[in-house]
Design a protein around this ligand. Structure first.
Ligand code: BGC
Length: 455
């Protein structure tokens, strides 16, 4: 029987708050688990953290040149030209963005790479690029790739809803080169393959030597950091000197407490059992977790009771997006007019202030957990690099959650302050804009320098 009394509703919300809470104690335990998984991943043992060597070190800031860059990793694909002046400026004279059709995301790899090359062709034509010359190109491919050199690597597994066949287990540079040949495009020389986190670290450290951690908090989540090659046990000894950026693939971290709602989401995903932390933290999933809890609230008769049958409206997967949450949580008006707009758009007309307050509270619960988990993961990496915070650290972060979600950064900073008190001042979280575009070009420039392929 449904008990929809205000007391029962309040009790249920307190339960939800507890269920999704990440205490400072939880975070301390998580940091230890993170370190254990990092150690295992680096030595090549079974670990939820893949810890993938990128075969490149941070830029010095003096790299210069003009590069083409490709950015594949979310709902859009981008082609850019990036000019590096060697003095910290990375300019983008030309850039084009293309929506990736669902049929190419989830069809065959050949179709996906043909789509990519079709976009390159359009870009070259629209920008009157002279095809008789050769251009160095950096490919930001924001998925877990087992790199074997700076310009070679096999896709381990698709994430973020991509399922194109014939790509997993294959060298993505090879696939791209084949597609370029199919279209008879001969003016491109692919010199670098990079994860978006690596691009983000490169983009920020190009202008800020204190940056040693690159993070994405967007559609997906992940981080990379600068590691001593001697600590990467699984590296071939020939490569084990100097420093190298390591792509952690932290979205797959699985030593986290999941709720029944997370389990539901996971079961319905295209990759059940994988990317456990990403499904609790990143923009692709937060709206969906919120929708699943909202459905439960409706079923229990705690919200939208004047709207029958309310549950039907939110039956559809994806009917509540992380962008909606962002607007809902950012609504500071007295009567929550922005929240009302969201409900009205979904066909509701009898919503009460109480409904609006509850939805806003729910969004806050889900986004707070995401921000705290993200900050916990950052703390784990920082204490791995520098346990006593002897140095100052800049964390370059890109992605819409960090950039746009109201209060996200503050919630992350709060965790660092709770953990480290005054020492948290030694950590700066900054928005590193367009790491996957500019950063890729910087990586191509590092690769083109004398240490290319060796760090
Ligand atoms: C991918 C990572 C990527 C992250 C952010 C994850 O789903 O596995 O490689 O860095 O998303 O785009």
């Amino acid at each position: 029987m449904i008990d929809a009394s205000p007391v029962a509703c309040e009790e249920f919300f307190s339960y939800l708050e507890k269920l999704f809470s990440i205490s400072i104690n939880d975070i301390r335990v998580m940091i230890q688990d993170f370190h254990a998984e990092m150690g295992k991943g680096l030595s090549g043992d079974e670990s939820s953290l893949k810890m993938i060597p990128s075969f490149i070190d941070k830029p010095k800031g003096t790299e210069a040149g003009e590069f083409l860059a490709l950015d594949l990793g979310g709902t859009n694909f981008r082609v850019l030209t990036v000019r590096l002046d060697g003095k910290g400026n990375a300019n983008v004279p030309f850039a084009s963005k293309f929506a990736i059709p669902q049929k190419d995301m989830q069809g065959t790899g050949v179709a996906l790479f043909d789509f990519i090359v079709g976009c390159i062709d359009v870009f070259l034509t629209e920008n009157h690029v002279d095809r008789s010359k050769t251009y160095d190109l950096a490919f930001t491919f924001s998925f877990p790739v087992e790199q074997t050199s700076i310009a070679a690597g096999k896709l381990i597994v698709w994430t973020k809803g991509f399922t194109a066949t014939g790509v997993q287990g294959h060298d993505v540079i090879l696939l791209l080169n084949e597609a370029l040949r199919r279209k008879d495009i001969r003016c491109i020389n692919i010199t670098a393959l990079a994860n978006d986190t690596v691009g983000t670290l490169a983009a920020r450290s190009y202008i800020d030597p204190a940056c040693d951690l690159g993070v994405i908090m967007g559609t997906g989540t992940n981080a990379c950091y600068r590691e001593a090659a001697s600590r990467i046990g699984k590296l071939n000894t020939v490569d084990a000197h100097g420093h190298m950026i390591v792509n952690m693939e932290w979205g797959n971290f699985d030593k986290v407490r999941v709720t029944c709602y997370d389990r539901l989401l996971d079961k319905a995903s295209v990759n059940p059992g994988a990317m456990v932390m990403e499904k609790m933290v990143s923009g692709m999933y937060l709206g969906e977790i919120t929708r699943l809890v909202l459905m439960d609230l409706i079923r229990r008769g705690f919200i939208l009771v004047n709207e029958t049958p309310a549950a039907e409206y939110f039956q559809e997967r994806g009917s509540l997006k992380t962008e909606d949450m962002s607007r809902i949580e950012g609504d500071r008006t007295d009567r929550l007019d922005g929240v009302a707009l969201f409900f009205e758009r979904n066909g509701f007309s009898n919503i009460t202030l109480h409904d609006k307050i509850l939805l806003q509270r729910l969004c806050r619960i889900i986004s707070t957990r995401a921000a705290r988990l993200g900050a916990a993961a950052i703390s784990a990496v920082l204490t791995w690099i520098d346990p006593k915070f002897k140095d100052v650290h800049t964390v370059g972060i890109d992605g819409s959650l960090f950039e746009k979600y109201p209060g996200f950064k503050t919630k992350m900073m709060n965790v660092l302050e709770e953990l480290y008190g005054e020492k948290a001042e030694r950590i700066t979280l900054v928005h590193a804009k367009d790491g996957s575009g500019k950063g890729a070009a910087i990586i191509a420039a590092v690769a083109a320098s004398s240490e290319a392929g060796r760090v």
